[in-house]
Design a protein around this ligand. Structure first.
Ligand code: SF4
Length: 332
């Protein structure tokens, strides 16, 4: 079956079965590139289902790129709370400032210029240009890789055949309807050609698909497993006699930068006088998995000079990382 026929089948399917999402419209580009940009940052490492709840709230709080650029990073973090991976919020904020200050609020629309913004890699740039401006870009994410590998029965580990996958994906891209095509192939992967139990009988590409009847279908695409490094550490809930709790802001650079936290470190020998709660929390970062043991400590003196004691009811006005939210919840 020709690529033209395949993309026509997919677009027909999308018109009837594609998801209605607030950051895209069927039939072409979204009228507001800012909405597409916000969604692209939120969707990095987070599912559509989770993002939906945060997107609308964020857009109400920061309805334009100008309002986001004018906000403080702390306010942006507060609206991002719960989504995790705060580097994305920081990069989105930086990007908004660049668009306002260097482009007078007009979104750039070439690959080279968009790639120079903050936190935008090769996947995000393609998806943004396709959805915001209907430009002929090929989007390649996990969904697309899975579909292409199955459609052509490519069984080698994906890291060995990425250029072949890209070639095939580019040939399939409908250059007359790139926004719809990008949305359609992502929807096909999310709702029909799912990792487990793909619903081939509902698939517009079922007659062309070479892996459809393979007993190994669910094992396509083949990926090498990379184990995340495990790191232990301690976290301290330090209270004074007024029941206030010690918090500090992380430095402006590095892991979880700019967010508030209870003091923690990878040092596993507890501080003198700290009581072991017997509870732990685990959080998976991009490159490692951290497990912190929770200790409690009573003192009137701030343990370090980079933080302060805050009343428990005031804690919600400070942006905490997902890891620290977990600590708070586990400690009760
Ligand atoms: S026929 Fe099945 S395996 Fe093939 S692309 Fe469609 S859903 Fe995926």
């Amino acid at each position: 079956m020709s690529n033209l026929k395949l993309s026509a089948l997919l677009l027909n399917w999308y018109r009837d079965h594609g998801r209605d999402l607030p950051w895209r419209v069927k039939g072409g580009a979204h009228p507001d590139p800012y909405a597409v940009l916000v969604s692209e940052f939120m969707l990095q490492q987070t599912t559509v289902k989770t993002v939906l709840g945060y997107f609308e709230k964020f857009m109400r709080r920061f309805p334009t790129v100008e309002s986001l650029a004018a906000a403080s990073l702390e306010d942006v973090y507060l609206s991002w709370q719960g989504l995790g991976y705060y580097t994305r919020a920081r990069s989105l904020h930086e990007t908004a400032k660049i668009i306002v200050n260097e482009y007078d609020g007009v979104f750039p629309r070439t690959r080279e210029t968009v790639l120079k913004l903050k936190g935008i890699g090769s996947y995000t740039v393609s998806s943004f240009l396709a959805l915001a401006f209907n430009l002929p870009e090929t989007v390649i994410d996990g969904n697309v890789i899975r579909i292409i590998c199955r459609l052509y029965n490519l069984t080698a580990p994906t890291d060995e055949i990425m250029s072949l996958i890209r070639q095939k994906a580019e040939k399939l891209t409908d250059r007359r309807h790139p926004a719809d095509y990008a949305s359609a192939i992502m929807d096909l992967g999310a709702t029909v050609c799912t990792p487990k139990k793909p619903q081939c009988l509902l698939c517009p590409w079922q007659t062309a698909c070479r892996a459809k009847t393979s007993p190994l279908l669910e094992q396509i695409p083949s990926r090498r497993k990379t184990e995340k490094k495990e790191k232990p550490g301690n976290v301290y809930l330090i209270q004074n006699s007024k029941n206030e709790i010690f918090i500090r802001k992380r430095t402006e650079k590095g892991l979880l930068s700019g967010l508030y936290e209870f003091p923690w470190s990878e040092e596993t020998t507890p501080l003198p006088g700290a009581g072991d709660t017997g509870k732990t929390v685990t959080h998976v970062f991009t490159h490692f998995k951290l497990t912190l043991r929770i200790y409690k400590l009573q003192t009137e003196t701030p343990p370090t000079n980079d933080g302060f004691f805050a009343a428990p009811e005031a804690l919600k006005s400070y942006p905490f990382s997902t890891l620290m939210k977990k600590v708070q919840k586990a400690a009760g």
